[in-house]
Design a protein around this ligand. Sequence first.
Ligand code: PGA
Length: 249
Amino acid sequence: MKIITAKNYKDMSHLVANIIIQRIRDHSELTLGLATGGTPIETYKYLIEDHQQNNTSYQNVCTFNLDEYIGIEPTDHNSYHFYMQSNLFDHIDIPTRQTHIPNGKAKGIIAECEAYEAKIQSKDGIDLQLLGIGTNGHIGFNEPGTSFDTSTQVVQLADATRQANARYFKSVEKVPKKAITMGIGTIMKSKEILLLVSGKNKRKALERLINGEIDPIFPASILNHHPSVTVVADHDALQNTVVPSSILL
Ligand code: PGA
């Protein structure tokens, strides 16, 4: 694992966007794993800005999102389908058929998980996966206790996750209780991972990721075993963490 220190949220977003743009320039048929939540929003803004100004093209890029709530229509403003359309896909030249998000309204939800996993593997896995981290250490919606070898699956959301995401809903009761998520095994098969961490509320999680034990109780800890993870973290998130100089980029 390597760590890039960013001054603040904007700086982190810029650094991450530049890495993604570079990978697309190097490999126009990139398979890109995408994340939702508050953290990547500004990164997506920079990707859009760059697409408009420098014509970086997504015509041949294929995307797979980490997760989606179960029971929410794709048109619902709280769905990750809606999030991706409005925060990125509507503003770049990616063909819709090359964007993939689990269908949280699928009739056969297990079959949907299996089909999603198979689609990812048919592309020979993900080239570059963006990740956020939950305050409880979740990656995707893989909550504490998830085994490290899981593939795309149905999960029960942790109370901490529903509380954290309640800011987007009318109340915490309205936050769905279940989701489909890429598994930890799926994520770990990605060739390269970029983990974005910003803000004071992520301090404890980042400290535990960098200096804690590898344990399923803190899902992100397994990233320490991945050969190519870059954490881009801002000062607010990194304060109080002693970063070994060997991993500082
Ligand atoms: P956030 O979510 O970006 O909204 O903090 C991250 C996560 O839960 O993985």
